[in-house]
Design a protein around this ligand. Structure first.
Ligand code: 5AD
Length: 513
């Protein structure tokens, strides 16, 4: 081979204003969902339609010292941490703000309103927002007029946030985003502190004002919240109860996306396959997939994240029957030991999980598999960990997102006495990641000479390289042209590394670079 692997990132369209920043919130690798999406990408303005502002203050908090903000919130800046749900929530929040006549700006110094959309899945992710907020301590120059905190850390900390970070004026969890216009009205009317923290909701954040960042692949939420009680996981406490969107709304949004030029959609949900149709149509998740695949103009449908407990064979049948349902499934394992799975309250055994995998492997097309794994959960013995390694060897995933267990507030496992030492967690994580690196290297090498259709998502002029993604979600770099971006092209694999592939257009003279 001899050709050097050069990886490029999808081009961020610097000249285009307002892309919300996104930072990976994970220790030991990108957060599960973030790794599936491309963040910091180009903006397409769509759907920033005008809506009426909601009436003035309704919050019953006692009046407090006011900030001079009335009518002055003209510009905003959003930084997003964590998963794809957060990235998409920020897209919707951005749409709502633009519908108020506000303009996105590239950095926080220029913003009247600075928003952080936070992640609390692991301790390190949760800490990030506090280090960002340090910049805005009282007395420092260039402070924005208002700072708001959204998302999981906002929900988790609630009113306490104001004590920890007095510079913050707005604290709002994802279950209350539909109240954002009202909360902003209150701030503009001079109120100093506002919150949206109720988790008692049956509603999804429905808005037609989404400002999507990726011009090629549109995120589409089908279910919000989570009703599971995995003992390690903070999400049910931060995102509230499970709420599914009706199938007619999902289908209508998909048709609108096609009209706006999208051919690829990615369905999102904390547990996407727990979706159930609240509308009279009563579609199953697999039926929804098939109906989406039939929407004229839809070329690719992805969905994440599936829970093994709800992963039924009709999903694989739907993929078999519809070529535009992508050959890719993300099925978080968490642990290969049945004992640990029981303590995690995952609701399946090692054997049941493997049965699902065997069902997927029987599909007519080769489906790419990825997973999430937590190492060093409370009481995980060396033998339990070996079970995880042996399962990884058996399944041979195309990608594994692995994390050291991080105790989270208000979870069942918090404070458990059989915690493992950090060094041991680190040792296990390294061993697992090395094993997976070898598997990925081998699997990717096996693709040499094969051709794939890729959606070209970026181009880097300096290297003359384009980057595309296959239906199996593999990233392929190849010599390309700026005008390739946004097209579906066939690319032949010419060299392979553990994390990405290098290719060339068939028939092109230069198969190496
Ligand atoms: N510690 C470490 N990893 C966690 N995850 C969820 N909660 C924790 C935690 N407390 C991981 C799981 C999940 C992914 C999104 O993050 O693997 O699937």
């Amino acid at each position: 081979m001899g050709s050097e692997l050069i990886q490029i990132k999808v081009a961020s369209q610097a000249g285009l204003p307002g892309a919300p920043r996104s930072s990976s919130g994970a220790a030991g690798g990108a957060a599960s969902f973030a790794a599936w999406g491309l963040v910091n990408e180009r903006i397409t303005a769509n759907g920033a339609c005008g809506v009426g502002r909601t009436p003035g203050p309704t919050n019953a908090d006692p009046p407090s010292e006011t900030v001079a903000t009335a009518g002055t919130l003209k510009t905003f800046y959003i930084e997003t941490f964590g998963c794809q749900m957060n990235v998409h929530d920020s897209e919707k929040v951005q749409g709502v703000l633009m519908a108020r006549g506000m303009t996105p700006v590239e950095n926080h110094h220029e913003a009247d309103l600075v928003l952080y959309n936070t992640c609390s899945i692991r301790e390190k992710a949760a800490q990030k927002v506090f280090s960002r907020l340090g910049v805005f301590r009282k007395g420092r120059s260039g402070a924005p007029k208002l700072i708001g905190v959204l998302g999981c850390v906002a929900q988790q900390e609630g009113e306490r946030f104001f004590q920890r970070a007095p510079q913050v004026s707005l604290v709002c969890g994802s279950a209350s985003y539909s109240k954002l216009p009202e909360l902003l009205d209150q701030l503009e009317a001079g109120k100093q502190r506002v919150t949206g923290l109720s988790l008692h909701t049956k509603e999804c954040f429905e808005t037609e004002m989404t400002r999507r960042d990726n011009p090629f692949r549109a995120y589409l939420t089908i279910i919000e919240g989570c009703d599971q009680r995995c003992s390690f996981c903070v999400v049910p406490m931060t995102r509230g109860p499970e709420r599914s969107r009706p199938s007619d709304k999902i289908l209508a949004e998909t048709r609108r996306l096609v009209d706006q030029g999208y051919a690829e959609i990615q369905l999102l949900g904390q547990i996407v396959n727990a979706w159930h149709d609240p509308s009279p149509a009563r579609l199953s998740f697999a039926e929804l997939l098939s109906r989406l695949a039939e929407v004229p103009g839809i070329r690719r449908v992805r969905f994440t994240t599936s829970h093994p407990r709800y992963f039924t064979s009709d999903i694989v049948q739907a993929i078999d029957a519809n070529p535009n349902l992508c050959d890719q499934i993300h099925l978080p394992l968490q642990s290969g030991s049945t004992t640990v799975l029981a303590r995690m309250l995952r609701g399946y055994t090692r054997e049941e999980y493997l049965d699902k995998i065997h069902g997927i492997r029987k599909a007519r097309r080769a489906i790419s598999l990825s997973t999430d794994i937590i190492v060093g959960f409370c009481g995980e013995t060396g033998e339990d960990f070996e079970q995880t390694l042996s399962l990884i060897k058996e399944v041979e995933y195309d990608q594994v997102f692995s994390f050291k267990y991080s105790p989270r507030p208000n979870t069942l496992a918090e404070g458990s006495r059989d915690a493992l030492a950090e060094e041991e967690k680190g040792r296990r994580l390294t061993e697992l990641q090395e094993l997976q690196r070898q598997i990925q290297m081998r699997r990717n090498q096996a693709l040499l000479g094969e051709s794939f259709e890729v959606l070209v998502e970026g181009y880097q002029a300096r290297l003359g390289q384009a980057v595309g993604r296959s239906t199996t979600n593999r990233v392929i770099n190849f010599p390309g042209r700026p005008e390739d971006v946004g097209r579906y092209l066939t690319v032949k694999v010419t060299s392979a590394g553990p994390n990405s592939l290098v290719g060339a257009r068939p028939g092109s003279a230069d198969l190496r670079f």
